[in-house]
Design a binder for this molecule. Sequence first.
Ligand SMILES: C[S@@+](CC[C@H](N)C(=O)[O-])C[C@H]1O[C@@H](n2cnc3c(N)ncnc32)[C@H](O)[C@@H]1O
Length: 224
Amino acid sequence: MEKRMEAIIDLCQTLPVTVDVGCDHGYVGLELLRSDKTNHLIACDISKPSLQKAINLLNDNGFTERFSARVGDGLSVINKGEKIDQVVIAGMGGMEIIHILKEFNKPNAIRNLVLQPMNQILQLREFLCTNGYEITRDLIIKEGDKFYHILSVRAGHQELSELELGFGAIYSDRKSKDFADWLKQKEKKTKAILKQMPKDNQKYDYFKHWLLNMKAIKQTLTEL
Ligand SMILES: C[S@@+](CC[C@H](N)C(=O)[O-])C[C@H]1O[C@@H](n2cnc3c(N)ncnc32)[C@H](O)[C@@H]1O
């Protein structure tokens, strides 16, 4: 199994009903059913052809009785009063994930939420901690030359510092080699940007500030 997929499945809990939002090919749902992490899967996607790929995969693997498939935007496919325990939203932009959670607006209805945004991780963390969620894990996974943020989240209250918004809320999840590699790459990119950016550019101070934050977070790693 791909490292990204493995980490997503790992952060999922064993719970009766799981919704895979933006299921596309259906591999996440297939693994959840195979591993018995969920009894019933609700596979959904905004695109009918994408959803059809998941339907075919799940049927071909003998899970016809254990899933339902729905076309629609985010969690709008969940019926009023329908009980769901866990939600996975993976492989989408951070702003799209925020849109889905804003529309749903019921943090307490979900026991575990696993999110894998493709970008805008800071904005997503900020949204979560100001809208009734608490981040319980906050991983960085390296697969090939790509880095993926994978979060588990539940209803709760959390205040995050600027460093936590930028680099993850869970201190122990910064211990990994993948996190160190990600930080090194980010530092290198930021230095390259600053090198070619005129000092009077309005974004210069912003990048300089985050470069200092990277140094500060590196310091915390030596304390782990
Ligand atoms: C890159 S695929 C990710 C597939 C799978 N979740 C994964 O992580 O491997 C993104 C999928 O999200 C779907 N999608 C995008 N916006 C959506 C929304 N608002 N509601 C439901 N599905 C959405 C797309 O149609 C596409 O199939």
